[in-house]
Design a binder for this molecule. Structure first.
Ligand code: ZN
Length: 241
């Protein structure tokens, strides 16, 4: 059914994405030597001590919050978001880490995780994702991920690195829908994060899950529908040709 639906980059995502993307200036591309610094990578100048978490009575009941919490900067769709400075280019890039708010922005607006440009300009409306191969199992419909999409150029560039070929699988995705967040789930008394399941760094919590009120969101999680494996060698040949 989903494969037959009209494809839209906004399907299930934030309603303001198209106008926001049109207004957004092209992000500045930073390099570490000859390597492109991913758009979602944090910088040492964006380090900050964690903000104090407290309990609060929200619309849906008790949960966590900030004492000086304000508007959509701190809370999206019921989830409290981690506070991190936004100063891309300040200091040195941390290439193996993820900046929580740029990751969320890339997911909500379907921006390339490497260059930060929109990936919703293909005639067929599909998006390209480079996902960690993990257990080696195929990507299935409804796959959940915290990894934003990639544009063709950056996918080909990434595919040129042996590590990407070893560790990633590439898929075309027909529809991307908001699923939830990944973050730290807090226990109320004493108020502190609960260790993740199976030793995972973050716990995945769906929108609508009662635990969302007790979750400090660190990543946006989307679900991928209409997934088709891609041979990036073909894409590379077409792009280079
Ligand atoms: Zn790109």
């Amino acid at each position: 059914m989903r494969r037959d639906q009209h494809l839209s980059s906004a399907g299930g995502m934030l309603p303001d994405c198209s106008s926001a993307v049109l207004r957004r200036p092209r992000p500045r591309q930073h390099f570490a030597g000859t390597m492109r610094v991913p758009y979602i990578a944090p910088w040492t100048g964006e380090n900050a001590p964690p903000a104090a978490i407290t309990t609060r009575h929200g619309r849906d009941g008790m949960g966590i919050g900030y004492a000086d919490e304000y508007g959509i900067a701190d809370r999206r769709r019921g989830a409290l978001w981690i506070r991190v400075p936004v100063r891309p280019g300040a200091g040195a890039p941390l290439l193996d880490r993820v900046h929580a708010l740029r990751q969320r922005q890339a997911m909500n607006h379907l921006l390339c995780r490497y260059c930060g440009r929109p990936t919703d300009d293909r005639p067929d409306g599909r998006h390209l994702f480079l996902l960690h191969a993990g257990t080696g199992r195929p990507v299935t419909d409804g796959e959940r991920t915290t990894t934003p999409p990639v544009c063709d150029g950056c996918a080909v560039e990434a595919w040129g690195r042996p590590s990407a070929r070893r560790e990633c699988v590439a898929v075309w995705v027909e529809e991307v829908t908001a699923w939830g967040v990944a973050g730290d789930v807090y226990a109320p008394a004493p108020l502190r994060p609960v260790p993740g399941e199976r030793g995972e760094r973050f716990t995945l919590v769906a929108y609508g899950d009662p635990r969302l009120r007790w979750t400090l969101a660190c990543r946006e999680v989307v679900a991928l529908h209409g997934c088709t494996a891609v041979d990036l060698e073909d894409l590379r040949e077409r792009t280079v040709a």
